[in-house]
Design a protein around this ligand. Sequence first.
Ligand code: BES
Ligand code: ZN
Ligand code: ZN
Length: 480
Amino acid sequence: MQTSFERKPLEQVEAGALIVPVFEGRKEERFGAGDLFDAGEIAGKPLELLLLHHVPGVVATRVLLAGAGKAEKFDSAELRKLAGAAVRHLKSKSVKSIAMALDPEHASADFASAAVEGAILGDYEPDRYKTDDDKKSVDRFTVVGAADDLEDAVTRGRIVAEAQNFARTLVNEPGNLLTPSKVAEAARSMATEYQLDCQVLDLAEMERLGMGALLGVARGSAEPPALIVIGYKPSQANSPAHLGLVGKGVTFDSGGISIKPSDGMEKMKYDMAGGAAMLGAMRAIAQLKPALAVTAFIPCVENMPGSRAQRPGDIVVAMSGKTIEVINTDAEGRLILADALTYARKQGCTHLVDAATLTGAVVVALGHLNVGLFSNDNGMRDRVLQAAKSAGERMWPMPLEDDYKEYLKSAFADLANVGGRWGGAITAAIFLKEFAEDTPWVHLDIAGTAWLDESKPFLAKGPTGLPVRTMVRLAMGWAD
Ligand code: BES
Ligand code: ZN
Ligand code: ZN
């Protein structure tokens, strides 16, 4: 989708449709909307849409009145959704060229970026493998404002949303087509395209490094594992910090020997959503060029119950030297992340964030609305929460007290890989904390938020691309 910014009176904007946000309790009089408010055809409630044709004095072919809710509550997150919903509505009617008006009250750079993000994210469909569909998509999206030049904000929004869609495309790939080696291939070509450093550790190198926790998971599959490392270095760093982004890359999670029930197992192709998001974030970071070093670490494996698979009761030695009793082979994410976190620390990362579809328990705790956020450092926690808030990705802080460590006691090793029945998202995070050690670290459990089971007016069913935007904001807003 091509994007641009125009400073023009709305009546003169050329487009197949001009989206005009209208607010609840604030009767819009332009475009003949006053009568429609009076008739009760639109009230300005959130995501209400009313399409008008041949509006006198307007160059655009159509005007789409788009309910924005109460003006006091309207923020960039609401605008992102509204742009998405409007674009999805218009593209279903084969409109190819769309403009969106920013009213003067809501016309900052953040609003302009959010409008473009909403449009590009809303336009996206996970339809790569549909051969018979009449695929509709939008060609042009223009943000129209009256005051500031928002061209750069529009570009930033496009870069971030395209990176998020890049992640969504990877997440939607099925396990047979996107194996760990294929993720590595995709990472390499992305890195080449955007001039990032890329290195992929293979099985032999991981053996040499002693990554017993990761390799234990990989044993059950005929597909070899890969640890992807992608680095960005600023031309001029304004910070000694080195941010490490670690993402779970299980290309398919059958559960291994502790096999999952077949019902819904097809969804487990999205068990690499954390890894895909970190790749997406790097793609945007390479273009937006923050002033600190950022490196992504993506451990990729397929969790399968092959004849050489690890068994419940096995004891593995992690790269850090800690021993782990594998009670449940389906708790594999924490095992591969343990070694990736250790490796990231050894590579010099001073701050870490991981994203992982780690537990069903986080979905029980928070539903599908909030990412579960865990941290060993209040400063780091606040940085990520702040970035999430401004990026419009909802996250909720969860407890991580040392007392929970007791839940992971093993009679035979330093740690068990699962706790009991209770507090499953917390015990998973406590496990990771043992490997983050004293490095300021945030863990994001995205099991409930990386996939939409039903489409929303502003987003297709399937992968959401969380938390790409937060990671990009975190890097861009970094200041010591
Ligand atoms: N990939 C799953 C977590 C998951 C569950 C993601 C549902 C998305 C939706 C993870 O590897 C897993 O299987 N976790 C187990 C842990 C348990 C064995 C302690 C779980 O949550 O059931
Ligand atoms: Zn699992
Ligand atoms: Zn998993």
